[in-house]
Design a protein around this ligand. Structure first.
Ligand SMILES: NC(=O)c1ccc[n+]([C@@H]2O[C@H](COP(=O)([O-])OP(=O)(O)OC[C@H]3O[C@@H](n4cnc5c(N)ncnc54)[C@H](OP(=O)(O)O)[C@@H]3O)[C@@H](O)[C@H]2O)c1
Length: 304
């Protein structure tokens, strides 16, 4: 008999995402399995997608299957992803939470540059409002770009003060952070209420383990970006083996592991494919027995 044979659960086509549970995001409570829209722009997150109708179909399928939390930014495209969201979903269903981010701009070749001046932040918020076709942004993440390869220290007081002003003006409901260190999270929380933190984290990239638990203790959502590995989707022989034992796909197991990792984790896996979307949402129903979680937990330490 194979080691985990008696625990095999084949639930992978069940896309009732309520099974993933709920968590608070600002003044809303959202399902823990949402959708990240970055993959809907063209190659390199630049320009229009090859198939705009397919992009529209992915968004409509997500909402039809109960997704109530979509992550985006006006610098995806730029403008393209937000315009596709508007085309696909406006007028927006009640209860849909749209989360965007500001702090970067694209040049004419698609390169990413920091955009933290007062004028750039105000412009970015207005661009998001216009392209999404809404009057208030539910959540705006201040996306820091102090380091080339991940979070780097530096004060966020000046840009955060601008967002707090826009919040006071009623253009932003809640503020979050992205690509930040624990020190920056502490600084930000002294300046204003922070409802979520969006950093790079997944089964093999676990630098934020302590931060996730600290935020969870205070009821703050942690939203991993690149939950499936991002531009280089996760590859691991252990992940593939565990997926085989569960009758699931490796991506479903990667999502289920994050859902089991901490109750304050909200998932926004990205895809440009309806087939992948359905597969990913199926992870809500995937139970991970303790022995399989232990094997998955070891992937990060074994690959370090
Ligand atoms: N704050 C930040 O700095 C930041 C940075 C990056 C991303 N984000 C946000 O986080 C979200 C998630 O990150 P992400 O989209 O970059 O990466 P991701 O969710 O880790 O992975 C997306 C990649 O995995 C592929 N994929 C998705 N489902 C799959 C499946 N079932 N089987 C095989 N391949 C699959 C996608 O290709 P297909 O399109 O072919 O499915 C795409 O190449 C983004 O959409 C964005 O909203 C934020």
């Amino acid at each position: 008999m194979m080691p985990f044979e008696n625990q095999i659960q084949l639930c992978v086509t069940d896309t009732s995402i309520e099974k993933a549970g709920l968590f608070r995001l600002g003044s809303r409570t959202v399902k823990r399995l949402g959708y990240g829209a970055m993959q809907l722009a063209g190659p390199g997150v630049f320009g229009p997608p090859k198939d705009r109708e397919a992009a529209v179909a992915v968004l409509r399928e997500a909402v039809m299957r109960g997704v109530d939390h979509i992550d985006t930014s006006d610098f995806y495209g730029p403008h393209v992803t937000n315009q596709i969201i508007r085309e696909a979903l406006a007028p927006y269903p009640a209860g849909l939470t749209l989360v965007t981010k500001v702090g970067a701009r694209r040049d004419e070749k698609g390169a990413w540059h920091p955009a933290f001046s007062r004028d750039e932040l105000i412009q970015a918020v207005h661009d998001n409002l216009r392209n999404l076709g809404i009057e208030v942004l539910d959540v705006v993440n201040l996306r820091l770009m102090f380091g080339a390869h991940g979070p780097a220290e530096g004060s966020l007081e000046v840009p955060l003060t601008v967002l707090a002003e826009l919040q006071q003006q009623g253009l932003i409901r809640h503020i979050g952070l992205s690509n930040v260190t624990p020190t920056q999270v502490r600084e930000a929380r002294r300046l204003c209420e922070i409802v979520c933190v969006q950093n790079h984290y997944n089964l093999v990239h676990r630098g934020d383990d302590e931060l996730i638990d600290d935020l969870g203790g205070d009821g703050i959502a942690y939203v991993p970006f690149f939950p499936l590995g991002g531009f280089s989707p996760l590859q691991s022989s252990v992940l593939t083996e565990m997926a085989g034992l569960l009758g699931a796909t490796p991506m479903q197991v990667a999502i289920a592991w994050l859902l089991h990792r901490a109750p304050n984790i909200l998932l926004i896996p990205g895809t440009s494919s309806v087939v992948h979307l359905r597969e990913n949402l199926g992870a809500a129903a995937l139970h991970l027995p303790d022995d399989i979680r232990t094997r998955l937990d070891r992937i990060a330490t074994d690959s370090a």
